[in-house]
Design a protein around this ligand. Structure first.
Ligand code: C2E
Ligand code: CA
Ligand code: CA
Length: 808
């Protein structure tokens, strides 16, 4: 009985191994025909081995024969399936009647099943069963049917071997050849051993069990590995050789202890064997089985899980069969424990899968994060219209180019490119076309530069190129001419041709600066010079330009401290009534006396104050000082006087400007009607509705509004009509023309005055220096005059003197 059980366990082990490898192969690639055929083969071998496992230890001859017949379904088909598998694996091309040949391939298998599996009467006595120490064993009769089987099995195996050898010879890669060799060897050896055991030994020895399915393990493993290496089976990463071995060991261990369990049939005295109480031994065995099952799931993941499930189901079924057969309940606790273990295994597996999924999700999320980071990076450092790097990107990379140049003692040219009158392309063709033009131009520019150079879109129609020049400054000069040339070529869009030119300013490292910021600033400056010189040309940064920039930056620094250091002060230029020549108001004009630079022209420092935003605090200081001064002036005048204060566009854009003016008026106890705000025509008629609204708010305070430098901004009379204006200040240029006897300027001045009259607002002429000018303006009925002819801008003390001394 002991030996028969060992055989039975070996057969069961074959079942498990075959099923596990079959399922693994299929799971890894369900679509592959080779894998599907391998799985079918494993099912056949499982049926074969399972049948034998039961048949060997069956309680009687009839039952043993039933299981033998069941087993025949497996072995009967196994050889045909093996050949089919080899055909698929070795990729033998069957040219015609593929389906028919495949069906024919299985005919012998069908005959075997009919003869040995089904009690149909074709083969009256397929088995000659004898009970031996190996359990129920078949002694082959070697009749016709047996001969047919031998023929089938030998011919199919030899044909399979033939295909494999051919495949090995044909394949030109080493791996395939080696695979072919190992499978050939495995099949050949199993054929040899199988023939010896099942045919020769069974026939010559009196009794010998058929062990073919156990021998089949050799080709199973060989084929499994072949599939794995072949790429047909994409092996699971966790599946290594060691895992397979540990599964085999665990499963065998499990089956061995199951065997001891089976030995403990009810009523038998096991105490002699183990010197232990029977139920205790059963308990220990169940615990061990459980430990092995859980170990398999935990350690070997998918294959372990499959093996674990299979052995537990096997045990569960045998326990159920045992219970039914013996009509006993002794196996019930065992059954419960198998069910429990199965549940546990599934739970563990599902948690493990969840864990794996979770990790996969985290990985996927990480990947996504990296991806979006990349997009963000791209977005942050690239211009969306042209795809070129942007300003930030340029400033990030230029320092690297500069330090490389420093190392090699070479030059870097920074080219600031601005298209001439690009605005007109937008105005005429629309922004969409303008965008296409920009895209095409950027592509052209990109084609001009070398591998080590860099290009970026700075803003609108401004581009910048950095050229790494190892050859003095030749390369820089070449690229400049190239850029001018390719930009000049017409751009055709929708059958329209656009002509664009560019102004280029160049600054060169190290001569024109050693930092990115300075170089770009100098190149920008040179570009403006190119524009001034008539556009469509290249201008290199000059020492004069650099000086100007240096002075500008020094002035800017000084300006930041000017208010605190009390370097700013105001002069007041009286404005007089044309008819009476009496002072009716003053314009506050800002002055800056710096300790290093001396007196600085407002035309020079006011743009700087506007660029830096300093004009806001300074402007408020002007407003407050002027209002305070007005109080003193008022005391010296018998009638009402105005104080005119200049306001920059930046100040007008301040949403709180009206409130701030109101506060200053309140703080200095100034009446709103005595304050006048001057804003240049260009600023006032900007295309921004917000300016109109601001002016309206200021006007609503009671403050009056003057349009400064009038006549230079081409504002239409319709817009003027809608604006809350009290005074027009005719620009000095027109007045100059009067003394130059320019009929044109005279006519213009005349019409400007007329325009004011038509609009119902007062008119002031600025910069009146001569009697002639004064007389002309008088004739034209201009209302007020401001100019050196009457007064220069004066300090409060000087004004005091004028007002207290009666004029002669
Ligand atoms: P603006 O508002 O047009 O000021 C009139 C300018 O003409 C003043 O120059 C004044 O000195 C000058 N001027 C007056 N009469 C004559 C004349 O008969 N002949 C000549 N040739 N010039 C005359 P200034 O003071 O140099 O101011 C220049 C500009 O600076 C101002 O032009 C104004 O735009 C700006 N500015 C001055 N102070 C301020 C201020 O407090 N805030 C703001 N935002 N701008 C100011
Ligand atoms: Ca002014
Ligand atoms: Ca002016």
């Amino acid at each position: 009985m002991l030996i028969s059980s060992v055989f039975s366990i070996l057969f069961a082990t074959v079942c498990v191994i075959a099923m596990v490898s079959g399922i693994l192969v299929l799971q890894n690639n369900r679509k592959s025909a080779v894998n599907k055929s391998y799985f079918t083969l494993m099912v056949a071998i499982t049926v074969w081995a399972a049948g034998l496992a039961v048949a060997t230890v069956a309680p009687d001859k009839t039952l043993s024969e039933i299981w033998r017949r069941f087993s025949a379904i497996g072995w009967g088909s196994a050889y045909a399936i093996t050949l089919h598998f080899i055909i698929l694996l070795t990729d033998i091309r069957i040219r015609r009647r593929k389906k028919l040949i495949t069906v024919l391939l299985y005919v012998p298998a069908l005959i075997m099943i009919l003869a040995f599996a089904l009690p149909m009467g074709i083969n009256q006595h397929p088995y000659q069963l004898q009970l031996s120490k190996y359990g129920w064993v078949n002694v082959p009769r070697n009749d016709v049917w047996d001969m047919i089987f031998y023929a089938y099995y030998l011919s199919y195996t030899i044909l399979g071997l033939f295909f494999l050898v051919k495949w090995g010879k044909k394949s030109n890669d080493k791996v395939s050849r080696q695979q072919a060799r190992s499978i050939t060897f495995a099949i050949f050896s199993s054929l040899l051993i199988g023939t010896i055991t099942d045919i020769i030994l069974s026939s010559t020895l009196e009794v010998f069990p058929q062990v073919a399915p156990i021998i089949m393990l050799i080709p199973i493993i060989a084929m499994y590995h072949s599939l794995k290496n072949n790429g047909v089976l994409t092996a699971e990463p966790v599946l290594k050789k060691m895992n397979y071995l540990s599964i085999v060991i665990s499963v065998s261990l499990y089956l061995i202890i199951s065997f001891f369990q089976a030995r403990m049939a009810p009523g038998q005295d096991s105490q002699g064997l183990f010197e232990l109480d029977e139920s205790m031994v059963r308990g220990i065995i169940t615990q061990m089985q459980m430990i092995i099952s859980i170990f398999l799931v935990l350690k070997e993941r998918k294959p372990g899980f499959i093996a674990s499930v299979l052995i537990n189901i096997w045990n569960l079924l045998s326990a159920v069969i045992f219970m039914i057969k013996h009509e006993t309940t002794t196996a019930l606790p065992g059954i419960m424990s198998y069910i429990g273990v199965l549940l546990l295994i599934f739970l563990i597996r599902s948690y493990m899968i969840k864990g794996v999924n979770f990790i996969e999700r985290i990985n996927a999320q990480n990947e996504k994060l990296v991806e979006s980071e990349k997009t963000l990076y791209h977005m942050a450092y690239h211009d969306s219209l042209t795809g070129l790097p942007n300003k930030d990107s340029f400033f990030r990379h230029l320092p690297f180019m500069l330090s490389a140049a420093k190392r090699d003692n070479s030059h870097v040219g920074v080219l600031f490119i601005d298209f001439d009158s690009f605005k007109s392309v937008n105005d005429i063709a629309g922004h969409t076309t303008g965008d296409i033009v920009l895209q095409q131009i950027s592509q052209r520019l990109f084609s001009c530069i070398g591998k080590k150079d860099m290009i970026a879109r700075f803003a609108g129609d401004e581009f910048i190129i950095a050229v790494a020049d190892k050859d003095g400054t030749k390369e820089i000069a070449t690229i400049c001419t190239d850029v001018l040339e390719i930009v000049n070529q017409p751009i055709a869009i929708y059958e329209m041709e656009y002509f664009v030119t560019a102004s280029i300013g160049v600054a060169i490292y190290p001569e024109d600066g050693d930092g990115a910021e300075t170089l770009v600033k100098n190149a920008d400056m040179a570009m403006y010079a190119a524009k001034r010189l008539g556009k469509n040309q290249v201008v290199y940064c000059s020492p004069m330009m650099k000086e100007k920039i240096t002075k500008e930056s020094k002035l800017t620094n000084a300006l930041y401290r000017a208010l605190d250091k009390r370097e700013l002060y105001l002069l007041y230029q009286p404005q007089v009534v044309v008819e009476t020549k009496e002072i009716y108001g003053y314009e506050a004009l800002l002055r800056w006396n710096n300790e290093d630079f001396g007196l600085i022209n407002p035309e020079e420092f006011i743009p700087l104050a506007e660029k830096t935003g300093l004009i806001r605090p300074i402007g408020l200081w002007v407003l407050k000082s002027a209002c305070q001064q007005l109080k003193l002036f008022k005391q010296l005048h018998s009638q009402d006087v105005f104080m005119s204060v200049n306001l920059s566009l930046l100040q007008l854009k301040d949403p709180a400007i009206t409130k701030k003016i109101k506060n200053i008026l309140d703080d200095t106890h100034t009446e709103a009607k005595n304050l006048k705000i001057e804003i240049t025509e260009g600023d006032a008629f900007q295309d921004e509705p917000i300016i109109h609204r601001r002016l309206r708010e200021i006007k609503d305070l009671g403050v009056s509004i003057a349009i400064d430098d009038f006549g230079t901004g081409y504002s239409s009379s319709i817009r003027l009509k809608n604006f809350p204006i009290d005074l027009l200040k005719i620009d000095i240029e027109f007045i100059r023309g009067i003394s130059n006897n320019s009929e044109k300027d005279k006519a213009l001045t005349k019409s400007l005055i007329q325009l004011g009259k038509n609009l119902g607002v007062k008119v002031l002429a600025e910069g009146v220096e001569t009697e002639e000018q004064y007389q002309f303006l008088r004739e034209q009925e201009c209302d007020y005059i401001q100019g050196f002819y009457f007064y220069r801008p004066l300090s409060p003390d000087e004004i005091l003197k004028i007002l207290t001394l009666p004029r002669g």
